[in-house]
Design a protein around this ligand. Structure first.
Ligand SMILES: *Cc1c(COP(=O)(O)O)cnc(C)c1O
Length: 223
């Protein structure tokens, strides 16, 4: 099957209210263009340099999502154009995004990444860290960011029951913070970014509003 055919097959089966982020990391611009011509406008990358190179080469109506771990000193390179940063996992990073967004006269939407897997390798905040950020006085002073939701990755396993438990747990956190912090001007919990190629069906059943699909659309990656 072609990239366009695989993309359309996934899109056809998506419930309304679920946004597809086509994860194009490591893939050439030709592959992205093929998806673009099939109607896809939202692409996810996990390296800022690679995303910026592709941004320069590709149509300007593409919305670029940063889905990877972000180093504070590289925020400036994507601040002029990035449309959503999924992996915000510290106040320090949020502060830097706010600063760079301000320099570009924009408000950058962000998701806070929550750690839900039982693996040592995944980045993210635990529930206490999440509350610490959301309850802090300093957050109110960040005028150039908007926290629009949560992002997470489940444990890498084929056990969908285990994945479902982790996503349900995240959904409960999402519902709690959505209510608890609803008065904050720069916070509005709308998006729940969960679901990748191996678990997106489960993620959708657990309330996902944004799935991040790479290999099912573009084929497996060679690093
Ligand atoms: C690579 C990646 C994806 C997509 O993974 P696939 O299994 O190829 O669909 C989604 N989210 C994040 C954070 C990633 O790094």
């Amino acid at each position: 099957m072609t990239i366009a055919a695989r993309l359309l097959e996934i899109k056809k089966a998506l419930p309304t209210g679920v946004t597809l982020v086509a994860v194009s990391k490591t893939k050439p611009v030709e592959d992205i263009l093929e998806a673009y011509e099939a109607g896809q406008r939202i692409f996810g990358e996990n390296k800022i340099q690679e995303m910026s190179d592709k941004y320069e080469l590709l149509p300007r109506d593409i919305q670029w999502h940063m889905i990877g771990h972000v180093q504070t000193n590289k925020v400036k390179y994507m601040a002029p154009y990035v449309s959503l940063i999924h992996g915000v996992d510290s106040f320090k990073l949020l502060r830097e995004i706010d600063k760079q967004a301000g320099r570009n006269n924009r408000i950058i939407p962000c998701l806070l990444q929550v750690y839900i897997a039982d693996e040592e390798t995944k980045f993210g905040l635990d529930e206490a860290d999440l509350d610490e950020i959301l309850a802090s006085e300093e957050l109110k002073s960040l005028k150039n960011i908007q926290i629009v939701g949560l992002m997470a990755m489940a444990t890498f396993t084929d056990d969908q029951t285990k994945i479902k438990l982790e996503f349900d747990h995240l959904n409960a956190i999402f519902n709690r913070v959505q209510i608890k912090y609803k008065e904050l001007k720069n916070v509005a919990f709308k998006e729940l970014s969960i679901g990748m190629s191996n678990d997106y069906i489960t993620a959708i059943s657990c309330g996902s509003t944004m799935i991040r699909i790479g290999s099912t659309i573009f084929g497996s990656r060679n690093y």
